[in-house]
Design a protein. Structure first.
Length: 311
């Protein structure tokens, strides 16, 4: 027989296969080697695998600093109702476990008919919306037309996509233009969604649960306000990163009404206990009394103070 008619099967062990106890078979033929198949003899164990934990611990001991997760807290939401767009947000700004600001404005101005709610890094959301707002202003001055929501969405997504998610801005964009009401979500990597009701932030799960339970098309303004208020309140009560007040922004074809604050979800209660301590509650270990004698005291009034006193 010629060499081309002789096939020799080689058995090669991992790492050529994903499974730990598997076998890869190669067939040597004339002109090269071809993979015949991968036969898995034993499945990997079920459940979680902690094989890399020892490796990570060893790397940490050698001085490797692993990136830490950053916790941000916000609840922002928006819906499309009968006459326009309704946006809502909480007002708590956090710095780690610390509440840095109890009355932070998270609904940002983009255009007279367009507003934007921001979640994520406070500085990123503030200055991203400020930059796009200035570009929209220049666009209006150049074209002489009213800004469209799709234009603002395109500017935001292109700006954020350029930085590949390093700008921590997660936005809910809403407005009313000549084509009607529009509501978008813009993620930090540049992806967008257009939906009738949206929620973002760490409290978005509770807010979205409220929307999915009670939202319906063509809602009246009063009913839409109550729905968005309850959605933001659900995020406040179920998320530690959200809190304080509830802000609403109503955008219609005729006007924009920014209500801040619309409601206070967490009302601080009265202290029921007395925190005064009587003398002697804490033991005094040592006492040192020093007396000082004042020899003389002189008071000099300036000319400006004398003239002010005279008048």
């Amino acid at each position: 027989l010629r060499l081309g008619h002789v096939r020799k099967i080689l058995q090669i062990t991992p790492p050529f296969c994903e499974a730990a106890d598997s076998t890869v078979k190669f067939e040597r033929v004339a002109g090269g080697t071809a993979m015949a198949g991968c036969a898995i003899t034993e499945l990997p164990p079920e459940g979680f695998s902690f094989e890399l934990c020892k490796r990570n611990e060893a790397l940490r001991k050698k001085g490797l600093n692993f990136p830490s997760a950053v916790k941000t807290g916000t609840t922002i939401a928006g819906i499309v109702f009968k006459d326009g767009i309704l946006l809502g947000a909480d007002t708590r700004a956090t710095a780690g476990p610390i509440v840095a600001d109890k009355n932070c404005a998270k609904i940002h101005y983009m255009a007279p008919n367009i507003y934007c709610c921001g979640a994520g890094t406070a500085a990123d959301t503030e200055f991203t919306t400020l930059i796009i707002s200035s570009r929209l202003e220049l666009h209006r001055l150049t074209t002489g037309r009213k800004s469209r929501v799709a234009t603002a969405c395109r500017m935001l997504k292109q700006y954020l996509y350029r930085y590949e998610g390093h700008i921590g801005a997660y936005l809910v964009l809403g407005g009313v233009d000549v084509t009607g009401p529009h509501l978008y979500t813009v993620h930090a990597h540049g992806s967008t969604d257009k939906l009738p009701y949206v929620a973002m932030g760490s409290g978005s799960l509770a807010a979205m649960a409220t929307f999915e339970d009670r939202f319906k098309p063509n809602m009246e303004l009063a009913e839409a306000k109550q729905l968005v208020r309850d959605a933001i309140a659900a995020g406040i009560f179920n998320d530690l990163g959200s809190g304080s007040n509830i802000d609403l922004c109503v955008i219609t074809a005729d006007k924009t009404d920014y209500v801040r604050p619309y409601d206070e979800a967490n009302i601080k209660g009265q202290r029921s206990g007395d925190y005064g301590y009587k003398r002697g509650t804490t033991a005094v270990l040592t006492t040192d009394v020093r007396r000082f004698e004042v020899a003389s005291e002189t008071t000099v009034a300036s000319q400006a103070s004398q003239e002010s006193m005279e008048t």
